[in-house]
Write a protein that binds this ligand. Sequence first.
Ligand code: 5GP
Ligand code: ZN
Length: 135
Amino acid sequence: MSDCIFCKIVKKEIPNYTVYEDDHVLAFLDIAPRAKGHTLVIPKVHAEHLLELNDELLGFLLFGVKRAQERIDHILQPDGYNVGWNHGEVGGQVVPHLHIHIFPRWRNDGGGNMHSIIDQSGDKTVEDVGKLFKT
Ligand code: 5GP
Ligand code: ZN
């Protein structure tokens, strides 16, 4: 997409600090890092959400996450990671090109875990919601 900032990064119209790159995936340092080595992994094709990405490219994307994590591990040696993505405006997605955040974590860095994103289970029990998924 011509006006997409991450497509411009893929096309090298905007510079980046590359962590890992192959034919399908680019991993680069976030410009406003929330942790040392905060990295974004993106598919080279434009897709706003995971659900828009075809299954083959999804496999390549996950492969890229692993390769990027290996590089971060090698170079920065963090104690752990949080890996995930914001999906849609309500999920906190700002850039409309799918990107997986890799947050390297260090012991006693003061950060939380995935559970600190949301704690609002709603008005239905797990059993009620479970029934909705029964086929
Ligand atoms: P989101 O909230 O959409 O999941 O996160 C978007 C991320 O992209 C943010 O962490 C932001 O700092 C990063 N970002 C936005 N523009 C640029 C850019 O031009 N270059 C890089 N490297 N990161 C960017
Ligand atoms: Zn794009």
